[in-house]
Design a protein around this ligand. Structure first.
Ligand code: GAR
Length: 187
């Protein structure tokens, strides 16, 4: 199974996948890692691991549809079985979803359909829920929508900050993502 991983930020989930593949316990090939912006830690982690790394910089395109086309072309060129959005903070175009229908996997730091969007951890805390968690799902054209594959609950502690909670969610998220990818690879 070949995957392309898309990142926007620090790429800690990406690092977990890289480590797991390197250890031999996750039977897949990371064909490439792509980002929508340059100079992120995620891109650095990928390059350090010797992986094919590309940036389709959103800011380089005045026309959004040109960026959509460039991303689709670049990702498609690696002929991945699955594309993994691991902290990729862009909504992709319907053309991208169509090209990778049922093969575009997203991770989100909340129990979807609750608290979608860029601030899933903050929004859960602000609402005052006592349990949140993480979701791995097949993404469709919406914001963090599409069929859910797996979820893990995480209890919110009274003295949690957004950062402390997000860190605990990410621990669960890494484990969940690796399990889901392993299941897909072995299917
Ligand atoms: C992860 O918690 C991921 O679920 C979240 O961004 C973080 C990326 O962390 N994604 C979203 O909020 C998508 N709506 P990382 O760059 O350290 O892996």
């Amino acid at each position: 199974m070949r995957i392309v991983v898309l990142v926007s930020g620090t790429g800690s989930n990406l690092q977990a996948v890289i480590d797991e593949v390197a250890s031999g316990s996750l039977p897949l090939e990371i064909a490439a890692v792509g980002a929508d912006r340059p100079n992120t830690f995620g891109v650095e982690r990928s390059a350090d691991a010797g992986l094919d790394t590309f940036v389709v910089n959103f800011k380089d395109y005045t026309d959004r549809s040109d960026w959509d086309a460039a991303l689709l072309e670049k990702v498609g060129s690696y002929k991945p079985d699955y594309v993994v959005s691991s902290g990729f903070m862009r909504i992709v175009a319907p053309s991208f979803i169509n090209a990778f229908e049922g093969r575009y996997v997203n991770t989100h730091p909340a129990l979807l359909p609750a608290f979608p969007g860029a601030h899933g951890v903050r929004d859960a805390m602000a609402y005052g829920v006592k349990v949140t968690g993480c979701t791995v799902h097949f993404a469709d054209a919406g914001v963090d929508t599409g069929p859910i594959i797996a979820q893990t609950p995480v209890v919110i502690l009274p003295d949690d900050t957004e950062d402390s909670l997000h860190e605990r969610i990410k621990v669960a998220e890494r484990e969940l993502l690796i399990k889901v990818l392993g299941d897909l690879a072995r299917a």
